[in-house]
Design a protein around this ligand. Structure first.
Ligand code: ATP
Ligand code: MG
Length: 380
């Protein structure tokens, strides 16, 4: 008998029609990538994907980082005969805590003498005879025992939820504005989880923001990399722009003008490196600069779609995801961000496009953006 991991992918991939093959291939490559430094085997049996590895727990951990994997099941591969099937099914019920179960049998090997229904019935009866507190519930069981009969038979009951979503790299690309805060890493993760290829840009105001703040952002990009395999991080110098705004613009308009510069640089880098869109960690109403009017004025500076996957999420829910993906502990480390250094006492909460365009026109916008893009550092 061998133990294997059965990998199931998001039902959405089944809906892809003619493109299904493309999505499956990408997912397969991504799974192979997370195992590339370990000894493993990728086994395909009639459309079913199995991973054979020495350390199952480690294998599960790896698969839980792959976007598009919806479920991981620990499977026992046994000989195809009723005696072995019954014994193995009985063993597998002890992996569950529920009180009601259902047997689901699939018979791919039609030469097996009994029908699926017969197998389910016989195995169910055997489990009832050999346990005390379990009952069958075919409508809403606490757990399933799955039996798949092929040349060999696969029995499984333990299911582990994967992160779901779509295979990474199947849905275009985005430039994530990655600050050191809680929100933007979560926004990046959510895009990656839907298959969007991630690149990050961080605006660094040396010496007002320390080297340590930059290291923190690199660390966050490193955590996101667990889900993406690789990640490009661009660090754009922002001090000159920030000082220019502070010296030439009204205090209550500092934040919104600064945001527009960030947006322009992000778009410029996106254009330079062939990246389709921009993503931010903004959430409507969260702070003064994230009002509807504020977001509209920021968008006005963009030349491509700007995505805000957290737009309708509450902070507590964003924090939950941050904990779950492992960025929270790093995000809360107390290093300053360029937005937290020069915060106006009363930022404008209802800025208007025309008004802000006029206010910023005293600056050499194109020159400043060009210089920042030219001096951007690259890490991966
Ligand atoms: P976060 O937790 O992501 O920092 P926040 O709630 O602190 O978000 P803001 O500081 O207003 O909100 O920033 C809003 C968004 O602008 C961020 O989510 C991020 O996408 C982007 N952003 C802000 N500061 C920077 C920066 N220094 N570098 C890159 N992006 C930034
Ligand atoms: Mg922030």
């Amino acid at each position: 008998m061998r133990k294997l991991l059965l990998v199931k992918y998001a039902p959405e991939i089944f809906l892809k029609g003619l493109n299904k093959g493309k999505f499956e291939r990408k997912l397969k490559d991504n799974i192979k990538n997370v195992f590339n430094d370990s000894k493993y085997d990728f086994v395909i049996d009639q459309g079913r994907w199995f991973i054979e590895c020495c350390d199952l727990e480690d294998g599960i951990k790896r698969l839980k980082r792959v976007c598009g994997v919806s479920e991981i099941c620990v499977v026992d591969e046994i000989d195809s005969n009723m005696e072995s099937i019954k014994k193995q099914a009985l063993k597998s019920v002890f992996e569950n805590e529920g009180k009601t179960f259902k047997i689901v049998t699939k018979r791919a090997d039609k030469s097996f003498p009994e029908t699926s229904m017969d197998v389910s019935r016989e195995v169910g009866a055997y489990i009832l005879q050999n346990t005390e507190k379990l009952t069958v519930d075919v409508k809403k069981p606490d757990f399933f025992v799955n039996i798949e009969i092929r040349e060999k038979t696969y029995v499984y009951s333990k299911r582990i939820k994967g992160i779901g979503g779509m295979p990474y790299g199947t849905n275009g690309s985005t430039m994530l504005m990655l600050s050191g805060g809680i929100d933007s890493p979560v926004a990046g993760y959510m895009m990656a989880r839907r298959g969007v290829q991630l690149n990050c840009v961080y605006f660094h105001s040396h010496p007002y923001t320390s080297e340590r703040a930059k290291e923190k952002v690199k660390e966050l990009a490193g955590i996101l990399k667990k889900y993406t395999g690789s990640i490009n991080l661009y660090v754009a110098p922002f001090t000159k722009i920030q000082m220019g705004i502070i010296e030439n613009c009204r205090e209550d308009e500092l934040t919104i003008i600064m945001r527009r510069f960030m947006m322009r640089i992000a778009c410029n880098l996106a254009s330079k490196y062939n990246i389709d869109s921009v993503t931010t960690g903004e959430s409507i109403g969260q702070v003064a600069s994230q009002t509807m009017e504020g977001l509209i004025v920021s968008n006005d500076a963009a030349d491509r779609p700007v995505f805000r996957p957290l737009i309708a999420m509450d902070k507590v829910d964003i924090m939950d995801v941050a904990r779950q993906i492992g960025t929270y502990e790093t995000s809360i480390l107390p290093y300053e961000d360029c937005c937290t250094i020069f915060v106006p006492k009363h930022p404008k909460i209802k800025p208007k496009v025309e008004e802000i365009r006029k206010a910023e026109s005293v600056l050499d916008i194109d020159g400043l953006v060009k210089e920042a893009v030219e001096n951007t550092e690259f890490f991966n």
